[in-house]
Design a protein around this ligand. Structure first.
Ligand code: ARG
Length: 268
C-alpha cells in the first residue's frame, strides 16, 4: 500500500511539473526594465511551430503589455497574422531594445518586430522584411519649454532610448555629451517629467502615447526624421524571411495590416 501511495505521489509530482513547465508562458507584467538577456541565451534555438518574436514591449502602440498582462500592439498583431498564415504561433520575448539585433543575428529569436527602423547600418547585420509602417522621429518637450524646433537642441540635454535611431541621430548631430540614454521610451519621458533632460527624441506614435499619459508635455510640430519600419531576420534565415514577406504582402493587399494599424492609431 505504502509503495502504491509513493508511486502515486511521484506521478502527481511529474504531472504537476509538466503542467507548470509545458504551459503557455504568460508574459511578465513588467516591461523591459528587467534584464532578459541571460534568459534568452540559455534558451535553445527556436524550432517547430512557434516563431519567437523579439521586441521591446514599452513602445505603444506598436508593442506594450496590456492590462491583462498579455502583449498587445500593432507589431504583435501583424506578427500573429503572419504566423497564422504560416501555420505557426508567435511567442513574444520582451528584451532590451539594444539586444534585439544581436539576438536575431545569433539565432536565439526568429525575428524582430519592434517599430524597428530600416537603416543601412543594421542591414550589415540583419535582413529586413518589406516595410509595413512609417515612423517619424519627433521631439517631446515640457509645455513651457524654450525649445521650439530641432534648431534649438544645441547644448540641450536630450533623452533617448538607447540604441534607437533617435539616439543615433542626436548623438551624431548634437554630440554624445548632450545625450542621455534610457532603457526604454517611458523611462526617457519620465526623466523629462522630472527635469533631468530638456527633451526626448522618439518615434511619433509612442510619443503621442507618452504625452497623453503624462501631464505638461507636448510634441513639437516640426518633424525630425522620417523612417520605415520592418521586421528583421538573421541573414541565413532566408526561408522565414521569404515566407514572412509573402504572408505580409497578402495581409497588406487584403487590408488586414491597415485595419490593425487603424485599431491602434486614430487618424487626426
Ligand atoms: N524606430 C526606432 C528604431 O528602430 C525606435 C524603435 C524602438 N522600439 C521599441 N520597441 N522600443 O531605432
Amino acid at each position: 500500500m505504502k509503495k502504491i501511495i509513493a508511486i502515486l505521489a511521484v506521478m502527481a509530482l511529474v504531472i504537476a511539473c509538466f503542467a507548470a513547465c509545458g504551459g503557455k508562458t504568460e508574459p511578465k507584467a513588467t516591461n523591459s526594465d528587467a534584464d532578459t538577456t541571460a534568459e534568452i541565451v540559455e534558451n535553445p534555438a527556436p524550432t517547430g511551430d512557434t516563431l519567437v518574436m523579439g521586441t521591446n514591449a514599452a513602445f505603444p502602440p506598436y508593442e506594450f503589455v496590456a492590462e491583462d498582462g498579455s502583449y498587445a500592439g500593432i507589431d504583435v498583431e501583424i506578427a500573429t497574422a503572419v504566423a497564422e498564415k504560416l501555420g505557426k504561433t508567435v511567442e513574444v520575448k520582451d528584451m532590451e531594445f539594444d539586444s534585439l539585433i544581436p539576438a536575431v543575428a545569433g539565432g536565439s529569436i526568429d525575428f524582430v518586430m519592434a517599430g524597428l527602423t530600416v537603416t543601412d547600418e543594421r542591414k550589415e547585420t540583419v535582413d529586413f522584411s518589406d516595410t509595413y509602417a512609417t515612423g517619424v522621429q519627433v521631439i517631446i518637450v515640457k509645455e513651457d519649454s524654450d525649445i521650439a524646433s530641432a534648431d534649438d537642441l544645441e547644448g540641450k540635454k536630450i533623452g533617448v532610448q538607447a540604441g534607437t535611431t533617435g539616439d543615433i541621430y542626436v548623438t551624431d548631430d548634437y554630440g554624445q555629451e548632450n545625450v542621455s540614454q534610457f532603457n526604454n521610451g517611458s523611462l526617457a519621458v519620465q526623466a523629462l517629467v522630472n527635469g533631468q533632460v530638456d527633451c526626448v527624441v522618439i518615434d511619433n506614435e509612442p510619443a503621442k502615447n507618452f504625452v497623453a499619459a503624462n501631464e505638461g508635455l507636448k510634441i513639437l510640430a516640426t518633424e525630425y526624421i522620417t523612417e520605415d519600419y520592418a521586421a528583421a531576420f538573421a541573414k541565413e534565415n532566408t526561408e522565414l524571411h521569404d515566407q514572412f514577406n509573402a504572408a505580409l504582402a497578402e495581409l497588406i493587399a487584403d487590408g488586414t495590416v491597415q485595419s490593425i494599424i487603424d485599431k491602434y492609431i486614430t487618424a487626426e
